[in-house]
Design a protein around this ligand. Structure first.
Ligand SMILES: [Zn+2]
Length: 208
């Protein structure tokens, strides 16, 4: 392994511009950016994978509110919804608890929304945060409800997920950290994204 002095000597030999001091400053700046990025990534991790806030200190989050008819209302800064497992179990079916609070996945073609084509919005089963609009729902053939965009980017949180030996991007509810599903880059235009969700994480509100 090169020592620090050798590394800079090597850099100087292979470049025609810049003094070692300039290169060193650039190196420190990129190291600081990398550390900042790591901190941000860790901060974004939900409690499904790792607790992100100390007990008793509710984290403030930003979400966009929508009416039951899908009209965008306002952006609000509110405390994250935090409940104990016992409280969540009391509110949710066993299946919805396992999926939203334990990042489980429902069996394909088994949920109640994969084949639903009605017009309306999809809220979080845990906290009622508005997540997706039927206007962006498409037939993916996977057996899970699939969308090409969330109703508001603030309302969902995307997290790198390396469980089960795969590198995926998990999607959770910003307001309560409920696990929703995963997002892939093989979706249709205009985004090219496929948000592959569990029906059990959602509550459909039909537009009448
Ligand atoms: Zn939620």
């Amino acid at each position: 392994m090169l020592k620090r002095g050798e590394m800079f000597d090597s850099d100087r030999e292979t470049t025609n511009d810049g003094s070692p001091n300039l290169r060193r400053r650039a190196f420190l700046a990129s190291a600081a950016a990398a550390i900042g990025g790591l901190a941000l990534w860790q901060w974004r991790k939900p409690t499904v994978l790792q607790a992100s806030a100390a007990p008793g200190e509710p984290q403030e989050i930003t979400v966009v509110l929508f009416s039951d008819t899908g009209e965008r209302q306002k952006t609000v800064h509110i405390a994250k919804v935090v409940k104990t497992d016992e409280e969540w179990r009391a509110r949710l079916s066993a299946n919805a608890f396992d999926i939203t609070r334990r990042a489980d996945t429902e069996i394909a073609f088994s949920g109640k929304y994969w084949n639903l084509h009605d017009k309306g919005i999809y809220r979080c089963i845990c906290c009622d945060n508005t997540l997706f609009d039927s206007a962006t729902k498409f037939e993916s053939g996977t057996g899970w409800p699939s969308f090409w965009a969330p109703i508001a980017k603030e309302n969902i949180t995307e997290i790198r997920d390396t469980t089960y030996g795969m590198v995926r991007t998990a999607v959770s509810c910003t307001e309560c950290d409920a696990h929703l599903g995963h997002v892939f880059d093989d979706g249709p235009e205009p985004t090219g994204l496929r948000y592959c969700l569990n029906s059990a994480s959602l509550r459909f509100v039909k537009q009448t």
